[in-house]
Design a protein around this ligand. Structure first.
Ligand SMILES: NC(=O)c1ccc[n+]([C@@H]2O[C@H](COP(=O)([O-])OP(=O)(O)OC[C@H]3O[C@@H](n4cnc5c(N)ncnc54)[C@H](OP(=O)(O)O)[C@@H]3O)[C@@H](O)[C@H]2O)c1
Length: 160
């Protein structure tokens, strides 16, 4: 499984249930990367997006056994989710938020992080892959620019 998220310089990812940035180029990069795949997310992230991501299977984790929405697959149990992912031929991406990343990190071997060179007020932070010796950077894009922000796509892989 791969992780794909966008962070600021403090690894901040969200505030008040919303994302910190909405960069068109990054959204396109996210779409190109995840189209046709399984997208795994926490219930809070699903509700912050507001609708199922088109042309992808939306797998949503919640403890609420009555949670039901059209065009998503709901899981209450981590192992049911892992079994579903194992039995699918599709690539699986964990798209957030942090609670779900923490839960699924042991099962992930790649992380595609959009690093946005900025600091925003945040209340939700991602695992800092730069400080984790189990991960290394294996690829990095050239800098991109939008809305006076500089950002790069940084590709991490698990090394132990
Ligand atoms: N920058 C980015 O790329 C990016 C990407 C995604 C999200 N975000 C931001 O991140 C924030 C949300 O992240 P978050 O960490 O607060 O929440 P989250 O991970 O999206 O969702 C947390 C929810 O997942 C469910 N859950 C957690 N552990 C579970 C388990 N063991 N079994 C079953 N369900 C479980 C619970 O849902 P219930 O409460 O329903 O039980 C929990 O409230 C928002 O601000 C969002 O905009 C940013």
């Amino acid at each position: 499984m791969k992780i794909i998220l966008a962070v600021d310089n403090n690894w901040g990812i969200g505030l008040d249930g919303d994302m910190l940035f909405h960069l068109k180029k990054d959204l396109l990069h996210f779409k190109e990367e995840t189209l046709g795949s399984l997208c795994i997310m926490g219930r809070k992230t699903y509700e912050s997006i507001g609708w199922p991501l088109p042309k992808r299977e939306n797998l949503v984790l919640t403890r609420d056994k009555s949670y039901k929405e059209d065009r998503i697959v709901v899981f209450n149990d981590l192992y049911d989710l892992l079994t579903y992912v194992d039995n699918s031929p599709k690539e699986a991406y964990v798209i957030g938020g942090n609670e779900i990343i923490e839960l699924l990190l042991p099962y992930c071997d790649e992380a595609i992080i959009t690093k946005i060179d900025s600091i925003r007020e945040a209340d939700t932070y991602l695992h800092n892959f730069d400080e984790d010796p189990s991960w290394e950077v294996y690829k990095e894009s050239e800098p991109l620019y939008e809305d006076n922000l500089k950002f790069t796509y940084v590709y991490y892989r698990r090394i132990k």
